[in-house]
Design a protein. Structure first.
Length: 223
């Protein structure tokens, strides 16, 4: 069921939104009519304690071969072609910092940060050649704020590589989409929303597969 909303403008591009109710999981979303960014309304978002308890159930280890393969594909497609070596930060590394360990093994001078599992503020005060953020942006309550912060942490020419699954175009397909069933997933992007996210930042999209990968570079024009 859709209805126009004038009081819940898009938090990414400030566009008008319509509401979308998900009867299966009893959640309501604000869907941007301009960039397509879809946000679960705050009343339906989990509290921090519940959010962490859900993350604690994740099996994020090297023994989980599917998990490791996901990162290997991400590195091959969205990292290595754009930035090899140098300083790196895995932002939102989770309860098992597998990607951080993989970056170290591939020769990056890597650190990792997670607000629940490694809240090391020192890592956020440095500047990096590469920042990775995988399966994180869908959890952010304020993606614009976080992207601005990540942009400040990048060196000139630095790369921000993001993985988050893009939502289906049609609302009826979104309501059948498995990805939105995870209670901790509160924001869903489109390629247009990713462009809007960095409209006023010194970040340019240098690659997207229009499915889940977006690579930004600081201070370089697309070409």
């Amino acid at each position: 069921m859709n209805a126009k909303s004038s009081s819940n403008n898009c938090i990414v591009c400030n566009g008008t939104t319509h509401t979308l109710h998900d009867f299966e999981i009893q959640a309501t979303y604000h869907v941007c009519d301009e960039c397509g960014f879809t946000r679960k309304r705050p009343a339906d978002q989990p509290e921090k304690e519940e959010e962490k308890s859900l993350y604690d159930t994740h099996v994020n280890t090297f023994e989980n071969k599917g998990y490791v393969n996901m990162f290997e594909q991400f590195l091959q497609v969205a990292v290595f072609p754009f930035k090899q070596g140098g300083s790196a930060l895995d932002f939102g590394s989770g309860p098992g910092p597998v990607l951080y360990e993989m970056l170290l093994r591939y020769g990056y001078d890597a650190e990792h940060y997670d607000p629940f599992y490694r809240p090391d503020s020192n890592a956020l005060q440095k500047r990096y050649d590469l920042i990775t953020s995988t399966e994180v942006f869908e959890h952010l309550s304020d993606p614009l704020f976080e992207t601005k912060r990540l942009s400040r942490m990048l060196k000139e020419g630095g790369v921000l590589s993001v993985m988050t699954s893009f939502r289906p175009k049609r609302d009826e397909d979104f309501l059948k989409w498995w990805y939105r069933r995870d209670k901790t997933h509160i924001g869903f992007f489109t390629p247009q929303a990713m462009k809007a996210l960095v409209k006023n930042l010194p970040l340019n999209i240098v690659y997207t597969d229009r499915e889940k990968y977006t690579v930004f570079q600081k201070g370089r024009e697309q070409g």
